[in-house]
Ligand binder design. Structure first.
Ligand code: RBF
Length: 351
C-alpha cells in the first residue's frame, strides 16, 4: 500500500471512532439528564413532629426537584410497627421505585427481609446500620458522640448557677421507646457526657412507650422535674411537645436532639445537639441518581466529619447560657472536631 495513504486512513479511522464515541457520550448524558428516577420515602411513623423524618423529607424532595423527570412519593407507615414489613413489601412489589429511602434503626432489618423477596429493589437507609447486603446502603450517625455532647451540656447546666437550676445534681432523658441505639449508644453517651461535667450527676431515664403521646411525656417530665432534675433531654418524636409543656409549666429546661428549635420555647429549650440529616438525604440521593451509591456498605457519620454537632450559634443560646458554660461546651466540641476525642459506636444490627 502507498506509504502516504496509510497515515491518511489511520487518521480517518481515529476521527470516525472519536466522532461516534462522542455521539454515544452525548446520548448517555442526555439519557442521564432525562432519565426517570423515582423515589419512595417510607416514613416509619408520621412525618410531623419527628425531626429525623422531617429532615429526610426536605433533603430528598430537594434532590428530586433538581432532575427533570424525578418523582417522589412520601408514604407514612404509621405508628403500628407490626405493619411496616407488609407496607414496605407492597412498595417493593410495585416495582415502581428505583430507590426506597427510609430512616430509623429498625429499618435495615425490615428492608433486608423485603430484599430477600425483591432482590432487585434498592434501599437507602438513614439512621440505621447494615453491612453486606448489595441492595442496601446505610448511613448512620455516631449517636454515642451526640448523646455525650447532650449529657455534657446537661451536666454543665445542672451544676450551674442558672435561674432554673437547683442544687441537686440530677438530669433526665425521656425516650419514645427502648431500642438498641438508645440503650447502647445514646443513653450511655449521655451518662458519660454528664459524668465528664461532674461524676456525681445521676440520670433519670424514662420511656413513653410510643412516639406520639404528649400527655404521657408531660407527666413523666413533670415527675422527673419534681424529683429535682433541672434539664431533660427529649427524644420522643411528637411526644416531645409534652416535655416542653412541662418545662414551661415548671420553669425548667429542655434539651433537644437532632434539630434545634430554640424559637419554639425561648428560655425553656436551653440547648440542642444537631445532625445534618437533610444534607445527608440530599447528597446521598444525588449520588444514587448518578449511579454512585455504595450499596452493600455502611457509613458512620460523626462530629469530626461535621455530621453531628451542637447548635451553640443560635442567638437564644448565646443570650441565655452563661459564658463559662458556653466556653466549656465549645472546648468539648473542639476536642471532638479535631479528633482528640472520639467515641466508638457499638456494632450490631439495630432493631
Ligand atoms: N423518632 C422519632 O422522632 N419519631 C418516631 O416516630 C420514631 N419512631 C421510631 C421507631 C423505632 C422502631 C425506632 C427504633 C426508633 C424510632 N425513632 C423515632 C427514633 C429515631 O429513629 C432516632 O433514633 C431518634 O430520633 C434519635 O435520633
Amino acid at each position: 500500500m502507498n506509504k502516504r495513504i496509510v497515515p491518511g486512513l489511520l487518521l480517518t479511522a481515529i476521527l470516525t471512532v472519536l466522532f461516534f464515541s462522542s455521539c454515544t457520550k452525548q446520548t448517555e448524558k442526555k439519557e442521564a439528564q432525562s432519565k426517570d428516577y423515582s423515589v419512595a420515602l417510607f416514613i416509619p411513623g408520621v412525618v410531623a413532629g419527628s425531626p429525623t423524618y422531617e429532615m429526610m423529607v426536605r433533603g430528598a424532595k430537594k434532590a428530586i426537584s433538581e432532575i427533570p423527570n424525578g418523582k417522589i412519593k412520601v408514604i407514612e407507615g404509621g405508628y403500628n410497627q407490626g405493619e411496616w414489613l407488609e407496607k414496605l413489601t407492597v412498595i417493593a412489589a410495585s416495582r415502581e421505585y428505583d430507590l426506597i429511602v427510609s430512616t430509623n434503626p429498625a429499618m435495615p432489618a425490615i428492608s433486608a427481609e423485603v430484599s430477600k423477596q425483591f432482590p432487585q429493589q434498592k434501599f437507602f437507609l438513614l439512621d440505621g446500620f447494615l453491612e453486606g447486603n448489595n441492595s442496601i446502603y446505610t448511613f448512620r450517625y455516631n449517636q454515642k458522640e451526640q448523646g455525650f455532647l447532650g449529657g455534657y451540656f446537661a451536666g454543665l447546666v445542672t451544676t450551674s448557677t442558672m435561674e432554673g437550676a437547683n442544687k441537686d445534681l440530677k438530669i433526665g432523658l425521656i425516650a419514645g421507646q427502648e431500642y438498641p441505639d438508645m440503650m447502647q449508644a445514646i443513653l450511655p453517651g449521655f451518662k458519660a457526657g454528664a459524668a465528664a461535667a461532674n461524676t456525681n450527676i445521676s440520670v433519670d431515664f424514662r420511656v413513653v412507650g410510643n412516639w406520639y403521646d404528649a400527655e404521657k411525656a408531660r407527666s413523666l417530665a413533670a415527675s422527673i422535674y419534681d424529683s429535682g432534675a433541672d434539664i431533660i433531654l427529649t427524644i420522643a418524636g411528637g411526644a416531645n411537645q409534652g416535655v416542653i409543656t412541662a418545662g414551661r409549666n415548671l420553669g425548667k429546661y429542655v434539651l433537644m436532639y437532632d434539630v434545634s428549635s430554640y424559637d419554639d420555647a425561648p428560655g425553656i429549650i436551653a440547648g440542642s445537639t444537631i445532625i445534618r440529616q437533610e444534607k445527608a438525604a440530599y447528597e446521598k440521593i444525588k449520588e444514587a441518581i448518578a449511579g454512585k451509591m455504595k450499596f452493600g456498605s455502611a457509613d458512620i457519620a460523626d462530629v469530626k466529619g461535621g455530621w453531628v454537632s451542637f447548635d451553640n450559634k443560635h442567638p437564644l443560646y448565646q443570650k441565655n447560657i452563661p459564658q463559662d458554660v458556653k466556653d466549656k461546651l465549645q472546648e468539648m466540641l473542639n476536642r471532638f472536631e479535631s479528633g482528640t476525642l472520639s467515641l466508638k459506636m457499638p456494632v450490631y444490627l439495630g432493631k
